[in-house]
Design a protein around this ligand. Structure first.
Ligand code: 26W
Length: 813
């Protein structure tokens, strides 16, 4: 294990030898890199030992294919996982450096939009920590999710050039290079034995080059690999123009191919149908499969054994092209029969669904497939043909079932339904929370559940306690460790031992003091970044997530305005002071979501400057929500807003992070909230609003928003203020589209308003009793064991992947 002196020596050495600077001339970035290289050396030792072990033991491996990985920063995480955080802190102190300040230098790799990408990062952490041989595969986008700034209250997107100062955690692998083909045509031929075959030719070629990032487990030498692909122009391609003497054209085309991995698409929950996106999907899937098969064949000669050594998880449908791509390899390169190839494929793949929203379901026009991936289209047709034959055999005469279940949709322009492809080509399909899975089985995939009984299963999401408590909330982590030992970091169910402590006054006051300190820290950050003074003793009421109508930031805002009106109507009213904190990005093309941001900022502007209101109510929108900001905000939250329209949030994972850090939840019975309530008990959570059944019923009966408007004077007042331009005096009709969305929309905001306001009253009442509030907050922490991603990953490993942990020897360094 590294001691303080060795760490110091290594840092100084790295500064000289790798960075070529002296301590006198080193910038903060230089110091950061020198420290990163010190840690990296140790990570690499473990990494190579792990890789060696996997080869030696010829273990089955799992490959997590995801177009998004929201990893967050690595510096502190590496120190904690290696168990040398204190040593590093001391070493830096002796060098006259501050770890906290240097950690802020690291650009955050933000290669994801939100929940789906962050889940992938938590899963990688759990796989490594559980000693499972799990590899991530994705794209090394040159630009991650855009950086959000506000100009005049409007969201403005800026490019996220995260690689500008190079990235000390990655290893480029110029030798790991695969060709990926697009376009061309398919020619049918017969071989000498008279068997039919297909030749995909005249294609354009792009090269995929690997970059590897070690993923260390916690308190184990087990270290896995995240392999991200970058697009490189193919040599062949260049030569064609060079040989014609057209140098400039050759260079232009090089750019064209390399654009493939340029930028992450910033839409979640809205499929845009852009050609470049489909190219990205195929690019990373094809390179990953070539790599997986190469690794397998290095040790085995019979491709038929592949499912014994390989499990592939599809993170949503974005990598679903892996199914026809594997079939193509097996058929066209290994010349297996269709039956054999299909059997292997289904045994290898499993698919996770993350959303039921129809606008988020991926479909691609058949013409685009024909143009980019003609061989894959033929394969998909064949899968479909055989599948529908089976369906008509099992459901004779049910023509409508055939239409509904087909991999090809015929409404409008003919399109490939990626979710149907993923369901048919996988042996297991999972939802991400109980309610979500149940809805998958009864609505979106009802036909498939009948046809493939037992294929659709639930795997409730989880979060890694290493990032979301041990790292993000060091003081609380320390208090917990002092009280119940440190086993909770890898066995989160141990938190149950905190239950009796909730009744001890001393523990409660220590717990409360930590929360208060976290709030002071967040208040200082807000002051520094936004110049806004907030009352750190007020209730921190937090809603942090992508801006989306179904997540209902607007419902939260209607409550804020209602409170504002209450204070204005009765300036001496004694109300629990609140600071309502928002953070989240809107997709650049999602007009109404962007207007919601503007509205929050406009409301904040009026409320925060109203002298009548004082410190009783403040609204803060923290810009550029990302993993680093989440780690600042979550430990300071008192109240967690999880208020989506019931049935619409697949799971949510922010709900788990906030509860794990001692916030109480106000929420609807949606996603994992349902299970959080089961764990913490109905008396320790604020549930309000329509249930999923309530929503469906109301939709069936007909939802008339204006009824709620007419019948509720408080609501009427709020909506009238919005439509009369109270919050936008310079442009009175600015927020009219929001009124329209609220009154015509599908999200039942007004139907839940009254109950939400009542529920918020109960929140206030409880907050007035700090001892009882703290007791409930502790019980929330104590009962979050279920939501560790370790639990989730163990379930995947046994019920879907059939992979087992690998024994490791002790730490190498
Ligand atoms: C094709 C455009 C697109 C891109 C991303 C559509 C949909 C997505 C994701 C599936 C959206 C997403 O991140 N879903 C979230 O997944 C989390 C992890 O399972 C859940 O906790 C969230 O409830 C769900 O919204």
């Amino acid at each position: 294990m590294l001691d303080v002196n060795t760490i110091k020596k290594n840092i100084l050495n790295n500064l000289r030898i790798i960075i070529a600077k002296t301590p006198e001339t080193a910038t903060d970035m230089d110091w950061f890199n020198a420290i990163a290289y010190t840690l990296r050396r140790c990570l690499t030792e473990h990494w190579m030992a792990s890789t060696h072990k996997y080869y030696q033991q010829d273990t089955k491996r799992v490959y997590y294919l995801s177009l998004e990985f929201l990893m967050g920063r690595s510096l502190i995480k590496s120190m904690l996982n290696l168990g040398i955080y204190e040593e590093c802190e001391q070493a830096l102190e002796q060098l006259g450096l501050s770890l906290d300040e240097l950690a802020e230098i690291e650009p955050e790799p933000a290669l994801g939009n939100g929940g789906l990408g962050r889940l992938a990062a938590c899963f990688l952490d759990s796989m490594a920590s559980l000693n499972l041989p799990g590899y991530g595969y994705g794209i090394r986008y040159e630009y991650g999710i855009f950086q959000q700034q506000f100009e005049n209250g409007y969201q403005v997107e800026h490019p996220d050039n995260w690689l500008r100062y190079s990235n000390p955690w990655e290893f480029s692998r110029p030798e790991v290079l695969y060709p990926v083909h697009f376009g061309g045509q398919v020619v049918e031929y017969q071989d000498e034995q008279g068997r039919k075959g297909y030749d995909w030719k005249d294609t354009e070629e792009v090269m995929a080059m690997a970059y590897d990032t070690p993923i260390p487990g916690y308190a184990t030498p087990s270290t896995n690999n995240l392999r991200l692909w970058t697009a490189k122009a193919s040599r062949d391609f260049d030569l064609q123009y060079f040989s014609q003497g057209n140098y400039i054209k050759a260079v232009e085309d090089k750019n064209h191919s390399e654009n493939l991995s340029k930028v992450l698409y910033p839409e979640d929950t809205h499929q845009m149908g852009r050609e470049l996106r489909l190219r990205q999907e195929y690019f990373f899937v094809s390179a990953s499969l070539q790599d997986i098969i190469r690794r397998y064949l290095a040790k085995h000669d019979d491709i038929r054994g592949l499912p014994d050594k390989v499990a592939i998880q599809l993170n949503d449908t974005h990598p679903a092209l892996a199914i026809p791509e594997l079939l193509r390899f097996l058929l066209d390169h290994f010349h297996l029969s269709w039956e054999e190839a299909w059997e292997l494929t289904v045994r290898i793949f499993a698919y996770t669904n993350h959303t039921l929203l129809p606008e988020a379901l991926e479909t691609w026009p058949v013409w685009l497939f024909e143009k980019l991936l003609p061989r894959h289209l033929l394969i998909i047709y064949k899968i479909n043909h055989r599948f529908l034959k089976d369906v008509s055999y099992h459901f004779p005469g049910d023509m409508d079932a055939l239409r509904r279940m087909s991999l090809i949709g015929e409404e409008g322009e003919k399109h490939v339904r990626m979710s149907h492809l993923a369901v048919v080509g996988s042996h297991k399909v999972n939802g991400v929370a109980q309610l979500h899975t149940q809805l998958m089985k009864t609505t979106l995939f009802a036909d498939f559940d009948r046809f493939f009984p037992g294929r659709i299963i639930n795997k409730t999401n989880g979060i890694t306690p290493r990032s979301w408590l041990h790292q993000a909330n060091r003081p609380l982590a320390q208090l917990i460790t002092q009280s119940i030992g440190q086993a909770w970091v890898t066995e989160l169910s141990h938190l149950k031992k905190l239950i009796p402590l909730a009744d001890e006054q001393k523990f409660r006051s220590e717990f409360r003091e930590i929360k208060q300190n976290n709030k002071f820290k967040l208040a200082a950050f807000i002051k520094k970044e936004l110049g806004l003074e907030i009352n750190a003793h007020s209730m921190f009421d937090v809603q942090i997530k992508r801006i989306h109508e179904y997540k209902r930031q607007l419902l939260n805002l209607l409550h804020v305005i209602t409170r504002y009106n209450q204070i204005r109507a009765n300036p001496n009213i004694e109300l629990i002071p609140r600071t309502v904190i928002f953070a989240g990005k809107a997709a650049p093309g999602y007009t109404i979501a962007k207007l919601i941001i503007k509205l929050i900022n406009s409301v904040a502007d009026i409320i925060n400057h109203d002298p009548v209101i004082g410190s009783r109510l403040k609204v803060v929108f923290i810009p550029n929500y990302n993993v680093s900001n989440a780690m600042r905000i979550i430990p300071a939250a008192d109240l967690s807003e999880q208020i989506s329209t019931a049935g619409m949030e697949a799971s949510g994972t922010g709900n788990m992070k906030l509860a794990l850090n001692g916030a109480l939840t106000i929420g609807t019975l949606d996603g994992a909230n349902v299970e959080i309530r089961e764990e913490v008990g109905n008396e320790n959570i604020f549930i309000f609003g329509l249930s999923n059944h309530g929503v469906t019923d109301l939709k069936r009966r007909g939802y008339n928003a204006w009824d709620y408007y007419r019948e509720n004077p408080e609501l009427k007042q709020v909506l009238d203020m919005l439509s009369s331009g109270y919050f936008s005096p310079e442009a009175p009709s600015l927020f009219q589209p929001i009124i329209d969305a609220l009154t015509h929309g599908n999200f039942m905001v007004l139907a839940d308003y009254a109950d939400y306001i009542l529920c918020q009253k109960r929140v206030d009442e409880l907050y007035q009793q700090p001892e009882e509030w703290t007791r409930q907050a502790i019980l929330n922490v104590a009962n979050m064991g279920q939501f560790s991603s370790d639990r989730t990953i163990k379930e995947y490993a046994t019920e879907i992947w059939d992979v087992k942990p690998v024994e490791h020897q002790g730490f190498v360094c």
